[in-house]
Design a protein. Structure first.
Lengths: 112, 882
């Protein structure tokens, strides 16, 4: 049974992981806040849907890049907060480097 | 079992995780709605599916799913599952049982502190085998070992009659030990205290006793007021001061000590005490080495001390004795000692059982291999029936590794069930074994971590052995051919080839077991058919022990004579007599030197003559022919002149052609007249060569206990109760009577050989049955596979005999190949058994012929039903079926 591909590839697979890790880089957030952060930071260009977000979160959790714990949200509701781990930090640094190299390369190609 | 716990935790957590996931998504949507953030409402279920998939990719859960799947598919074929599990349970169980024994005897450390430091000191005499015991003086000398040893301990085994609260108990297995025994071994008391050096002051031993935990539980009900109780041991009142820690039963495997008393208290029990003479070698010595001291260093120090003790004690004592030969004194210089590690127990039992246990372990190992090949057959056959299903799944994209894992999980499930059942099988076998061994080897055989670990390891090894091949074969196929039709594909044919190879291996293995089994059965048969010189059937022995009665010896003698008369009158008794030593008791007996005067020549000294004291009509009762003179009668009493009867060997060796009847021989200075010569019979061992033997009338030399020897008309057990009743009425209730048939008494001396034979025959028989089942399965599969071919042949004029020949040819081709492979191997391996055999060699041609014959016959039996089926193939049906 192979892993199902994410169905709405608005974001390149893998890029989403990078963005999530980046969003969590500054502190723990719940799922909705992660989506919002990415949305806002991208100047409302990128929209993360829950159909992509949650599988990605669970996968990262299983990989040990992030941990989850239940806490109270701003308006005092129970919410699941995700926090980046040491391993996640490392992953973030690696993926960021890869992305920068890749996007730079793509930009250079397109600039010609 | 952490893996199972993890599975259970995962499963219980799954529900909670899903609820949490729902809550999380709901929270997300609520926030989105509140912030008027248009969200593309994904399908919750789809997300959950995706997430669940993520989780499933953990190995544990996968494994669990495979297990559930395997259980489900096994439930669908309960016959297959039952046979496979039973086969495995037998194979693994037999291994566990033998390992339990092996572990107890050979591998387990004693329950003492730092067992690796514990050593055994064994006396040697020149080139003779080590193991000679030590005198009291030698013990005292060796106890001066202070450089290499942190302690040197003496112990001496005994059986004591015991009276507790006025009740006679059976004989207790007891040990005299030095006072520092428990402290040095690091064994503590659960109640009261251990024996202490103060209890064991030289010449002033205290009458205190320590008892084992199991004696405390069984005879004293585990009550705390046991401490301080007085127990009469051999007429000496001992006070119980402590109970040893549970599990400690001494330092010799197979002997469970129940009572320990101070070595010095021996002086209270025996007159004269064995401590007084260096001639009494009655003490075994163990010790504890200091840390970092090697066995060689300790040996050096102890040897010096031992030689010194011999020079200071043994030699002066012998020089004082005018009768001692100076050559004997000279030979003392060759006395020495060796040291063996004893952390696993004293060496005697271990050496004795070492080889038999190894051989039995090998036998059950082969049995397990045969069981595994059988299960492999079953799995291969099952693979064929599932071929289509597997082919379908492979073609739909299932990875082969995934299917192999799934098939192998099935094997693991089978082996787990088999392994659990095997613990029970092992328990049954070990219970039988310990019952069979009786008091020749007393062991606790409760399952312990080591044996359970062994079972688990063997089970997993078995699963790999029988499960891997079918899993690999079952998934290796050419999909196109497989899916196209129901006809056997190339993969299937290859599987049959594998199955055939397995049969060849199985037959080869089986041949080894059958050969070995045959060797042991013939050995026992040879032992049992040795001419002992007397008629052993229908004889009851009754050991009459006056311990606990207060009769003086003279009264006891009169009462015993009276008892004998009464016993002779019991209906069903043909003849009865008595003896000091029952024939073939396995070692007990007395050797004495006699002087034979000759006319016109120096007297001959007859050394180490076996001596027995017997009652009137003894030879008539045992049916030993009188060759010359007469047998003893009631007139040969303490009041009449001493008389003796010689065996043929004595007569021929010391009187040559002359008739000894009427001649005089001397025991020390007592002249004794020879009144008869009897045919030779064996004295204490089945395998001994007959030694010169002198019989004396029991009324001229009366010792207790006495063995009554009773020849009965029918089965001897039937009159046991009557004999006991007569003994109680004549001598008194406090007399102890132990009945046993002569056959049992003799059997007890070859218990090891009987055990080997029973087990080898049992396991060999099991292996044969398993192999026949395996062969049957393979042949009958092959017949159904070839039914079309047979049908065609029949349609073309083949007759029934032809069909049968076809099947038989296949059977004998396989079995023949197995024998060809197995025979050289078996002959090579059975050579190792040489020393355990009697009266034949491992390559005995008759045995090989019988084994091969037995194998061929069993093959015929296995082929019978399939061959008959082949002969009844209806060509029309076979051709039409598809």
């Amino acid at each position: 049974m192979g892993r199902k591909p994410l169905q709405q590839p608005n974001l390149l697979q893998g890029t989403l992981d990078l963005l999530i890790l980046h969003a969590l880089h500054r502190g723990p957030l719940h799922g909705y806040a992660i989506a919002q952060t990415i949305h806002l930071l991208s100047m409302e260009v990128l929209k993360v849907e829950e159909g992509s977000l949650y599988p990605a979160l669970y996968r990262l959790e299983l990989d040990g890049a992030i941990t989850a714990s239940w806490g109270a949200s701003e308006n005092n509701r129970k919410a699941k907060y995700y926090k980046i781990t040491k391993r996640g930090q490392k992953l973030l640094a690696e993926q960021e480097a890869t992305w920068n190299r890749l996007s730079g390369a793509v930009a250079r190609v397109l600039a010609r | 079992m952490p893996i199972i716990r993890r599975i259970l935790m995962k499963l219980s957590r799954r529900r909670r995780l899903e609820q949490e996931m729902e809550a999380e998504l709901a929270f997300h949507r609520d926030l989105a709605r509140e912030n008027a953030n248009p969200v593309d409402l994904g399908n919750t279920i789809r997300i959950q599916e995706e997430v669940r998939d993520l989780r499933r990719f953990t190995l544990v859960e996968d494994f669990w799913r495979d297990v559930v799947y395997a259980l489900r598919s096994l439930r669908k074929s309960p016959g297959f599952a039952a046979i496979a599990i039973l086969t495995l349970a037998l194979g693994i169980g037999a291994n566990t049982a033998m390992f339990t024994l092996l572990h107890r005897v050979m591998l387990a450390s004693l329950p003492v502190e730092k067992p690796e430091e514990v050593i055994e000191v064994l006396g040697t005499r020149g080139d003779g085998p080590p193991g000679v015991a030590f005198s009291y003086a030698a013990l005292q000398g060796l106890r001066r070992c202070t450089q290499a040893c942190s302690s040197i301990l003496g112990l001496s085994n005994n059986t004591f009659h015991a009276l507790i609260d006025g009740n006679s108990m059976e004989q207790l297995s007891a040990q005299f030990v030095t006072g520092d025994y428990f402290a040095a071994l690091g064994v503590s008391a659960v109640r009261g205290r251990t024996l202490l050096p103060e209890d064991d002051e030289t010449g002033n031993g205290a009458a205190v006793a320590m008892i084992s935990h199991s004696l405390w539980q069984t005879r004293f009900g585990g009550t705390p007021d046991t401490i301080g109780k007085v127990m009469i041991l051999q007429k000496v009142p001992y006070t119980i001061v402590g109970v040893a820690q549970p599990g400690f039963v001494g330092v010799e495997v197979g002997r469970q000590i129940e009572v320990w008393v101070p070595l010095e208290s021996e002086r209270l029990m025996r007159r004269p005490s064995s401590t007084e003479s260096t001639a009494s070698k009655w003490i075994q010595i163990i010790g504890r080495l200091k840390p970092e001291i090697s066995i060689e260093q300790a040996t050096a120090e102890l040897r010096v001390l031992y030689s010194k003790s011999i020079v200071e004690n043994d030699i002066p004592e012998l020089l004082n004795n005018p009768r001692v030969d100076s050559r004997f004194i000279e030979s003392l210089k060759s006395w020495s000692l060796i040291i063996e590690p004893a952390g696993k127990g004293l060496n005697r039992t271990r050496q004795q059982y070492d080889k038999p246990l190894r051989v039995l372990m090998a036998i059950v190992g082969v049995l397990l291999l045969i069981a595994c090949t059988n299960v492999a057959h079953l799995l291969l056959a099952r693979g064929w029936t599932r071929e289509k299903e597997l082919a379908m799944r492979l073609s739909l994209g299932a990875r082969r590794s995934r299917l192999i894992r799934e098939l192998f999980t099935e094997s693991l499930v089978l082996v787990t069930a088999g392994g659990l059942l095997a613990v029970f099988v092992a328990y049954v076998i070990t219970s039988y074994l310990t019952a069979f061994l009786g008091n020749t080897l007393v062991l606790s055989i409760a399952p312990n971590p080591a044996t359970l670990g062994f079972t688990a390891a063997v089970s997993i090894a078995a699963a790999i052995l029988f499960g891997l091949l079918p899993a690999l074969r079952g998934t290796d196929m050419d999909l196109v051919t497989r899916l196209k039709s129901g006809t056997p594909g190339s993969a299937q044919t290859r599987n049959y080839k594998w199955s055939n190879r397995l049969i060849v291996v199985q037959v080869a293995l089986l041949l080894i077991l059958v050969l070995a089994g045959g060797l042991f059965v013939r050995t026992l048969h040879n032992l049992n058919s040795i001419d002992l010189g007397f008629d052993r059937s229908n004889v009851l022995l009754a050991l009459v022990d006056p311990f606990g009665t207060t009769h003086p010896p003279e009264t006891m003698m009169a009462l015993t004579a009276q008892l004998l008369e009464r016993v002779q009158a019991i209906p069903g008794v043909k003849a009865a007599s008595m003896t000091r030593f029952a024939p073939i008791s396995g070692g007990s007996g007395v050797d004495l030197d006699f002087r034979v005067n000759r006319e016109g020549a120096d007297p001959l000294l007859a050394r180490d003559v076996s001596v027995n004291n017997i009652g009137p009509q003894y030879f008539a009762t045992l049916r030993v022919p009188i060759l010359l003179g007469r047998e003893f009668n009631d007139r040969d009493s303490a009041a009449s002149a001493p008389v003796v009867i010689l065996n043929q060997m004595f007569a021929e060796r010391y009187f040559e052609r002359a008739s000894p009847v009427g001649k005089i021989i001397h025991l020390q200075d007592t002249p004794m007249e020879v009144v008869g010569v009897v045919r030779d019979s064996k004295y204490s061992q089945i395998r001994e060569t007959v030694q010169p033997t002198v019989y004396r009338p029991i009324y001229q030399q009366f010792n207790t206990p006495v063995q009554l020897v009773i020849r009965t008309e029918r089965s001897p057990e039937t009159i046991a109760a009557a004999v006991r009743a007569e003994a109680h009425s004549v001598i008194g209730r406090s007399v102890s009577v132990r009945e046993r048939t002569l056959e049992d008494n003799i059997g007890a001396t070859i218990v090891q050989e009987r055990l080997m034979t029973r087990l080898a025959a049992l396991f060999g028989g099991l292996a044969l049955i398993l192999a026949v089942i395996g062969l049957y399965g393979v042949i009958s599969n092959s017949v159904s596979r070839r039914s079309k071919e047979i049908g065609i042949r029949m349609a073309l004029g083949f007759d029934r005999r032809g069909a049968v020949t076809l099947v038989l040819r296949e059977v004998f081709r396989l079995v023949g190949a197995g024998i060809a492979v197995g025979l050289p191997l078996a002959v090579l391996l059975t050579r190792y058994l040489e020393k355990l055999l009697y009266g034949l060699t491992p390559d005995d041609p008759l045995n090989i012929l019988t084994a091969v014959g037995a194998l061929l016959l069993s093959a015929l039996a296995a082929a019978f039903i399939p061959a008959r089926r082949a002969s009844r193939v209806d060509p029309a049906l076979a051709l039409r079926s598809e």
